[in-house]
Design a protein around this ligand. Structure first.
Ligand SMILES: *Cc1c(COP(=O)(O)O)cnc(C)c1O
Length: 367
């Protein structure tokens, strides 16, 4: 039977997630697989979150608190806003979809970078909006060109900071300049999924833009440093006017009860966050050193992953690494993104990469 599908929807391709560990084990019969593909926390979840989860099972027959009272209150307290300025999502991904559905009428424009998080383009297109793509400049958002791209039809501007997949950031001074050029009919979306990993002091305090009453929303997630990717929970902070309008399209029980409990506990687990930051900082140093010694030049990153030109077909390198039991992410051309893992995982990845890109040298040495 012929389906009637809107051409915008037909034009989309399904999102390709990082390959699951079990899938590779099944396919290649490997016992040990290292996954450095989805920017997950290699230390795992906050132990406090795991404890809160087991206590939450006795009320699973009840619907979640649709208003997520305790978690929104805790987030409001953390960011010095009021609870009505906080919106939860089934992952921050869901809030990206809510933003597109809320603010875009067919043909309305959304400005975004290339390359950046692929979900923006997908959600904008699915909402029948028009993605306006502004290429990165030296691997960073080109904020001047993004401001130039704004028209009367623009409703959203996506700023992924630090940017996925490049790991690069834009500074407070640069964002100040951008915002001075963004008119009120555009909502600026600060997607800060890797915020807790950032070490640069130049990083913008985006919550201050919310407090100034600007049309911005700051998105954060429990999927990355808090180690709760499997539970699906993220949040947005904006003016009450923006959250009020987003709440009209938000599904009522989008943040499940276990996710709410675990996120609340994780938010209070400063020790887990500090340890995760430290492991990432040390791992990043090792990773950069290792890649450099292989003759590669990783792009300096503020996040928990690095983006690197492997000097040949990145797809082939990705495939060859799979056979070595290492899952990374091929993005395009020679570019590969690698998540910082535990010390041993980073070492094993670097050894596998060396075998893949310098096979002859390796054989000479090992015989
Ligand atoms: C991982 C990630 C997210 C978070 O996704 P969740 O839906 O919260 O798991 C959002 N934005 C970017 C850029 C990311 O890399």
């Amino acid at each position: 039977m012929p389906l009637k599908v809107h051409p915008d929807i037909a034009s989309l391709s399904p999102y390709v997630p990082g390959k699951p560990i079990e899938e590779l084990q099944r396919e290649l019969g490997l016992a040990r697989v290292i996954k450095l593909a989805s920017n997950e926390n290699p230390l795992g979840s906050s132990p406090k979150a795991l404890a809160a989860l087991s206590e939450g099972t006795s009320t699973l027959h009840r619907y979640p608190d649709g208003g997520a009272f305790r978690l929104r209150e805790a987030l409001a307290d953390r960011w010095k806003v009021t609870p009505d300025q906080v919106i939860l999502g089934n992952g921050s991904d869901e809030i990206l979809g809510l933003l597109a559905r809320t603010f875009l009428a067919p043909g309305d424009e959304a400005v975004m970078a290339d390359q950046t998080f692929v979900i923006y383009k997908m959600e904008v297109t699915a909402a029948h909006g028009k993605p306006i793509i502004v290429p990165l400049k030296q691997w960073r958002h080109d904020l001047q060109a993004m401001a130039d791209a704004i028209t009367d039809r623009t409703r959203l501007l996506f700023l992924c900071n630090p940017n996925n997949p490049t790991g690069t950031m834009v500074s407070a001074a640069e964002v100040d300049r951008l915002l001075s050029r963004v008119p009120a009919h555009v909502v600026t979306v600060f997607d800060e999924a890797y915020f807790e990993y950032v070490r640069s002091e130049q990083f913008p305090d985006s919550m201050s833009y919310v407090n100034q009453g600007r049309n911005v929303i700051v998105l954060r997630t429990f999927s990355k440093i808090y180690g709760l990717a499997g539970l699906r929970i993220g949040y947005g902070v904006a003016t009450a006017e923006i959250t009020n309008i987003l709440n009209r399209v938000r599904p009522p029980f989008n943040a499940n009860s276990l996710a709410q409990r675990a996120a609340l506990a994780a938010l209070g687990d400063d020790e887990h966050v500090a340890q995760s930051r430290a492991v990432n900082a040390a791992g990043m140093e090792e990773m950069v050193k290792g890649l450099t010694s292989l003759g590669l030049e990783p792009i300096p990153s503020e996040a928990n992953f690095v983006y690197v030109d492997v000097g040949r077909d990145g797809r082939a390198v990705f495939e060859a690494l799979l056979k070595e039991g290492v899952i990374v992410r091929h993005i395009e051309g020679p570019m590969v993104r690698v998540t910082i893992g535990l010390e041993e995982e980073n070492r094993e990845f670097l050894a596998a990469l060396k075998r893949v890109i310098h096979p002859i040298e390796h054989k000479v040495r090992s015989t």
